[in-house]
Write a protein that binds this ligand. Structure first.
Ligand SMILES: [Fe+2]
Ligand SMILES: [Fe+2]
Length: 246
């Protein structure tokens, strides 16, 4: 059943979040409390606050739409420039869109439950550090490494000569990116440890559950993203550079 149908069958906000935690990001964006006031209906809230229900329903449908997975073989055979665009549009966008709601959820649960669960403060700090580092990391990829890889791909297609990169060989920026991937991967292992593998305590409120589900989803996306770069994009780019530049 889609979210729109669920709304029509009069599910509460809390039930919608319990059915699919991704809806929480849409409610947060519109300032709708799905946690302490989760027993209310979306239609009633929209009427009271003069919010456009159709817009919110569309956003809910977009957030919860199923994504068709791409096979490992398809990644392996994807052209370098297409893989760069895929990583940017899927994984870099996912990180940028996820950071604000995740910081808000983690901040809230630390404020409300931090006394009984002191690990929440460390989880917040770890995620905030990860968010800051990844933001810089992606800018470096998008401004330095990815344009160089796209230049190589274009030269490889056209057979045109290519001037040396100002940073020397591709292995220099790639080595730096790989080091940063290792640091963020380890940081997420620590988060997985502190959250008992993203398992909320029995008495956890809705926001607590959403925060942990979102952390797990973020980790899975990050590991796929790092796999695509470390194991497919970077080796293929190095091989193309070797063929073209010796
Ligand atoms: Fe990346
Ligand atoms: Fe990366």
């Amino acid at each position: 059943m889609t979210i729109i149908q669920e709304t029509k069958t009069q599910n509460t906000i809390g039930q919608m979040v319990a059915n699919n935690f991704r809806t929480a990001e849409v409610f947060r964006k519109h300032g709708i409390d799905f946690c302490c006031k989760g027993g209310r209906l979306l239609a009633d809230i929209c009427r009271e606050r003069n919010l456009d229900m159709a817009t919110i329903e569309l956003e809910l449908a977009e957030k919860t739409a199923a994504v068709t997975p791409i096979s490992e073989d398809a990644y392996q055979t994807m052209a370098l420039d297409a893989l760069v665009e895929h990583i940017k549009s899927v994984h870099h966008t996912y990180i940028r869109e996820s950071i604000p709601p995740m910081l808000a959820f983690l901040h809230k649960i630390n404020k409300v439950h931090g006394e009984r669960h002191p690990e929440l403060a460390e989880i917040y700090d770890l995620f905030e550090g990860c968010a800051n580092e990844l933001t810089h990391h992606m800018v470096k990829e998008e401004n330095i490494l990815f344009p160089a890889i796209k230049k190589l791909a274009a030269a490889s297609n056209s057979g045109a000569a290519i001037a040396p990169f100002y940073f020397g060989q591709l292995k220099n920026p790639i080595g730096m990116m790989e080091q940063e991937h290792t640091i963020e991967g380890e940081r997420f292992f620590r988060i997985a440890d502190l959250t008992s593998n993203f398992t909320p305590p029995e008495d956890a409120c809705t926001t607590y559950r959403v925060a942990f589900q979102k952390l797990e989803e973020f980790q899975n996306d990050l590991f796929t993203h790092i796999h695509l770069e470390n194991n497919i994009l970077f080796p293929n780019a190095l091989e193309t550079e070797k063929k073209l530049m010796g």
